[in-house]
Ligand binder design. Structure first.
Ligand SMILES: [Fe+2]
Ligand SMILES: [Fe+2]
Length: 139
């Protein structure tokens, strides 16, 4: 049972980033499936580490692209990414051991943050380029 159900609302129209978002959602769902199946901390931690690494890669790609596009909300957007990275690092540090309630807290945070960020903040750059008529294909 997925914690996030991927749906058409997540599609922003920038293919590369839509694929990145889909992968992030898949990783979170994998971690959640493991959690529900009673997997140990090591296995959940491994997937969430992968998610954080991938999020870092994705944020850098978005930020590079926004800068190229002279996106007016670039600074605020980057600050949101940075706050996320610090918060997740802090939460994962607290997850040593097998305290399952903490894993659930992390996954709930990831679910809320990813959903909100994609549907609100990331959606804004989708609207921005659509309004400007900029090609949706990345270089
Ligand atoms: Fe994104
Ligand atoms: Fe973003």
């Amino acid at each position: 049972m997925p914690i996030i159900v991927w749906n058409a609302d997540f599609i922003l129209g920038v293919q590369q980033f839509d694929e990145h978002h889909h992968h992030l959602v898949d990783l979170l769902n994998q971690a959640y499936d493991d959690f529900i199946a009673g997997a140990g901390s090591d296995s959940i931690n491994k997937i969430l580490d992968e998610l954080v690494d991938y999020a870092t890669y994705h944020f850098a790609a978005e930020e590079h692209w926004m800068s190229e596009m002279s996106y007016p909300m670039f600074d605020e957007h980057r600050a949101e990414h940075n706050r996320f990275s610090s918060r997740v690092a802090e939460m994962l540090k607290d997850c040593n051991g097998d305290r399952m309630s903490l894993w659930l807290e992390v996954m709930t945070f990831l679910n809320n943050w990813l959903t909100n960020h994609i549907l609100k903040s990331d959606a804004r750059y989708g609207h921005y380029i659509a309004a400007k008529g900029i090609s949706l294909h990345l270089v």
